[in-house]
Design a protein around this ligand. Structure first.
Ligand code: KG4
Ligand code: ZN
Length: 349
């Protein structure tokens, strides 16, 4: 089955062609350079740019996959969660292509996409796990808008067990990066700066003693800002200082994720762990989660799966196409299906 997938949930216009779960193309047109000067995503600007570039991105994705629109069996399009104005562009284009070419269409939840990013295969049929993945799966979803722990009892049986009570972890990374003058979106820049640290500034780990699986990041963000501003008043800030503040923030922000994830492993005894969303590209999170699982479960460590590449961690359409494939396969959906979904900016799992 050839699937054309579209994601315009935020500030990336992404279109992909997948053949079942094999990625043939995954084009991501980033709008970062436009939003940078505003220090964050401006929804009306995001919509305008999606509208301007989407046809070119669709053509590029088809061309790279060596496919024609007539070869496409299904269009998978993100219906939410995301920015209402931005989602609209993808949904409208999917509907137009469907009507003009009589192609099936199905609306997809963007967060399920972040879970399914690890299911994607490259052109050689390789993916991150060799055999079939074992359920139940614990999924840690960490992006600019979400911080969630989800149990998958089966392919499409989700139970959210915890989420952030305020800011998302990626948002806290970006805001702290801005405090340090590192630009937007600063999550990756801050984590790169953190590599050269020489000293740690103590910060409190939020929610470490809470009995649930929830997260909180707004207190950490304020604490960090206050400590940096105090330091700046009395010192000339050097690049070494920026590295030290970056590492101090990263350690604590990631520690909160590790504490709650390990607590959920204890409680729910998953057979596999999947991490998804932009923050899953974080190197410290990747190495530390694996390390702690291995040292805690020495006999039989639970496999931890992160997306293959940073492209599959961030917003991309290939993950949406892979969900489309699994929905049809596992839910035994018969085509044609014409699911002209409305946008759902606050769509839950
Ligand atoms: O999933 P994503 O691309 O978009 C949303 O759906 O939000 O996630 C973007 C978020 C941003 O907040 C970005 O700063 C963060 O992921 N991010 C990182 C890293 N790479 C991206 N945060 C920490 N470390 C990274 N290496
Ligand atoms: Zn996302």
């Amino acid at each position: 089955m050839n699937i054309l997938a579209i994601d315009t949930s935020c500030d990336e216009t992404s279109v992909s062609v997948v053949n079942d779960d094999v990625i043939l193309s995954n084009i991501i047109a980033s709008q970062i350079s436009y939003h940078k000067i505003y220090g964050g995503v401006v929804p009306s600007l995001a919509k305008r740019i999606h509208e301007d570039v989407i046809d070119n991105v669709i053509n590029e994705a088809l061309k790279k996959a060596k496919k024609n629109i007539k070869d496409i069996d299904l269009i998978a399009v993100t219906k939410g969660p995301g920015l209402a104005l931005a989602l609209e562009t993808g949904l409208n284009r999917a509907k137009k292509l469907s009507i003009e070419n009589n192609i099936s269409v199905i609306g997809i939840n963007h967060m399920i996409g972040h879970i399914y990013a690890v299911f994607a295969k490259n052109r050689n049929g390789k993916r991150i796990f060799n055999k079939d993945i074992e359920f139940p799966i614990l999924s840690l979803l960490v992006s600019g808008g979400h911080t969630e722990l989800v149990i998958l009892k089966n392919y499409f049986e989700f139970e959210k067990i915890g989420e952030t009570r305020d800011d998302a972890v990626g948002e806290a990374f970006d805001k702290s990066a801005r405090v340090l003058g590192l630009g937007y979106p600063g999550g990756k820049i801050l984590s790169d700066m953190a590599e050269n640290y020489t000293k740690i500034i103590p910060l409190t780990i939020p929610m470490q003693y809470s009995k649930d699986f929830d997260f909180s990041y707004s207190g950490l963000k304020s604490d960090f800002q206050r400590k940096f501003n105090e330091y700046r008043l009395n010192n000339k800030v050097t690049s070494e200082d920026i590295s030290n503040f970056s590492k101090s923030f990263e350690l604590v922000a990631i520690e909160e994720l590790l504490i709650k994830t390990l607590k959920a492993v204890d409680e729910f005894k998953p057979k596999s762990i999947i991490v998804g969303g932009g923050v899953s590209a974080n190197r410290y999170l990747r190495s530390e989660l694996r390390k702690r699982i291995r040292s805690k479960y020495t006999e039989n460590p639970i496999p931890v799966y992160f997306p293959y590449t940073s492209h599959l961690s961030m917003d991309n359409a290939a993950m949406i196409g892979v969900v489309g494939y699994y929905l049809v396969e596992k839910k035994k959906i018969t085509l044609p299906i014409f699911d002209y979904s409305e946008r759902e900016p606050n769509l839950e799992l």
